[in-house]
Design a protein around this ligand. Sequence first.
Ligand SMILES: Nc1ncnc2c1ncn2[C@@H]1O[C@H](COP(=O)(O)OP(=O)(O)O)[C@@H](O)[C@H]1O
Ligand SMILES: [Mg+2]
Length: 344
Amino acid sequence: MARFFNFFSQEIAIDLGTSNTLIICDGEIVVDEPSIIAIDKQTNAVMAVGKKAMLMHEKTHQKIQTIRPLKDGVIADFDATERMMQGLIEMIPNRKKLFRNMRMIICIPSGITEVEKRAVFDSAEHVGSRETYLIHEPMAAALGIGLDVTEPVGNMIIDIGGGTTEIAVIALAGIVCDQSIRTAGDEFTNDIVNYMRRQHNLLIGERTGEQIKINVGAALHELVNPPEDYAVHGRDLMTGIPKQITVSYSEISHCLDKSISKIEEAILKALESTPPELAADIYRTGLYLTGGGAMLRGLDKRIAQKTKLPVQIAEDPLRAVVRGTGIALKNVERFSFLMSHKNM
Ligand SMILES: Nc1ncnc2c1ncn2[C@@H]1O[C@H](COP(=O)(O)OP(=O)(O)O)[C@@H](O)[C@H]1O
Ligand SMILES: [Mg+2]
């Protein structure tokens, strides 16, 4: 029966992230695109999704609108989310279009409400899924990191994405405690945009802010391997003319301080609410960082200093969650208790 199903159907795993959506099909990551859609406001037609839409972001005119439908860690726009999913699924190479008989696993933020969950199930059905599973992000991250989530051993996973940071303790195939805060990569970018305006009278957009973060962002004021200073182009607030200034990592690290402290506080709170036996496990195993935010220079070291626990960054942190979702897909029967399920 299983083989029969495989022959006529397509199985895909989706990490529906606030910043990036990734899709695994036949064991390979076949789609890796920013979670964004561009819409023609006059006709309401989809103009582009993913990278193409991102190129238009903040460069649109009255007739085009770009939407990041999951921006703040919740599904802010159901319709746009569904159309984006549709567009991204269409990017899968060699899609078996004849067999609109898909089995889908979608990884969702753990703070998602029941209403949002239902909306994701509905969207999956509308884009052709016959059988849909939802898995919570920290669980998928743990699978992707290679942890055995069914063991009676506690592990703490900290997933720093675009919209949210999710901190979870996992043991015996369940999420024991869970903290979700709206401070993550997007907030870091915001801090930088605001800082450039305040300190340098320089207006920059979200994309430039993100480039600064990736090139010279840091969680520590002093780094052992510092990046080179970075040239930033924007518009002078006083003269209105484009100008260039150079920023250093230590300057940027100061403007990120507050947001990083918020993440540290949430981690400490999660550790406080961890049952003592699991806390003892975590003392040994340490903390696992994943998500794009985990790549901020020195963040692992800073969290290690604050918690006095060992901190490990997952391999390829932007892809750990989708890898885990793919593992769940391959072992649906074995891991079914980790997921919500709906047969259409
Ligand atoms: N090298 C980097 N340094 C710091 N932040 C990064 C880096 N690369 C990506 N990011 C940030 O990671 C976030 C996206 O991470 P991701 O795990 O894909 O989020 P989500 O799961 O919410 O889609 C974005 O805010 C992005 O700017
Ligand atoms: Mg994610």
